[in-house]
Design a protein around this ligand. Structure first.
Ligand SMILES: NC(=O)c1ccc[n+]([C@@H]2O[C@H](COP(=O)([O-])OP(=O)(O)OC[C@H]3O[C@@H](n4cnc5c(N)ncnc54)[C@H](O)[C@@H]3O)[C@@H](O)[C@H]2O)c1
Length: 257
């Protein structure tokens, strides 16, 4: 799908990889973007910085009402939704047993599942409903969904039970969704990034960041958010890429700890 003048919903668009992608799509590719996020101050600032091709819509991806209203607001402002990039997620520790060897309360795991997996499904589903109304480009494409997973989906570390399993769930959405939505001309792909320095990654202990950096092969450094944005643009533009997960990680593989 050509990106120029297309409308792209970016969840988590107020920060990190989502914001970098929105900026790249507007400035380098001529897209219009709708930033969906719960962080109202950062979202308003980001949209103002990007100019008239961007709007911020406060949306909590765990709520179907909130996302329905946000998709409607996007369509009202820009006339359509052509792509959606699901970056919004939360990070946090989660183990099978706590330090005393007891099973922890379920609430934290359930919250991460709600944001990182149920929320992704919610936005994909509601954007797909809107995309299905588009005239197909070149007779075949009405929309593109990109869901953001993580390298942790493949090699989850100790303490990543919730994060890793929700990110594996995102990969699990690829095939059934791509197969179901193919009839509408909507493609579904995922990106599993390695470590990119964003506010989420900055929550990690500096020693952990150094260790993760040391695990990259080539180039031996953290990812640049523009490299992530470039990968999103490639997925949107390449009409034959469907049902796939791209690992964007300089060949890094997480160790157990
Ligand atoms: N940064 C990395 O190194 C890295 C590595 C692997 C995967 N990822 C994944 O990439 C994506 C982007 O990560 P990031 O580093 O830019 O994170 P970030 O923390 O900088 O941004 C996440 C954004 O999501 C928003 N958000 C959280 N809960 C929300 C909700 N319920 N509804 C709407 N918005 C909500 C936050 O307000 C924030 O603006 C995430 O899915 C993350 O898991 C990041």
């Amino acid at each position: 799908m050509r990106i120029q003048d297309k409308v792209v919903v970016v969840t988590g668009g107020a920060s990190g990889l989502g914001l970098a992608t929105a900026r790249y799509l507007v400035e380098e590719k001529g897209a219009k973007v709708a930033l969906f996020d719960v962080n109202e101050d950062a979202g308003q600032r980001a949209a103002a910085e990007l100019g008239e091709k961007a709007i911020f819509v406060r949306a909590d991806i765990t709520s179907d009402d909130s996302v329905r209203q946000a998709v409607a607001a996007t369509a009202a402002r820009f006339g359509a939704v052509h792509a959606c990039i699901n970056c919004a997620a939360i990070l946090g520790p989660s183990k099978v047993l706590d330090k005393e060897g007891r099973a922890p309360p379920l609430a934290r795991f359930a919250q991460m599942a709600m944001v990182n997996l149920v929320g992704v499904f919610n936005v994909m589903s509601q954007c797909a409903e809107q995309m299905a109304k588009n005239e197909p480009e070149a007779g075949e494409e009405r929309g593109v969904v990109i869901n953001i997973s993580s390298g942790a989906a493949f090699e989850g570390q100790v303490g990543q039970c919730a994060y890793a399993s929700t990110k594996a769930g995102v990969i699990g959405l690829n095939m059934p969704a791509a197969r179901e939505l193919g009839v509408y001309g909507i493609r579904v792909n995922a990106i599993a990034p390695g470590l990119f320095l964003t506010p989420m990654a900055a929550q990690l202990d500096p020693k952990v960041i150094e260790a993760l950096k040391a695990q990259t092969e080539a180039p031996n450094r953290l990812g640049d958010p523009r490299e992530f944005a470039h990968c999103c643009a490639f997925i949107i533009e390449n009409a034959y890429l469907n049902g796939e997960t791209i690992r964007l990680d300089a060949a890094s593989r997480l160790r157990a700890r």
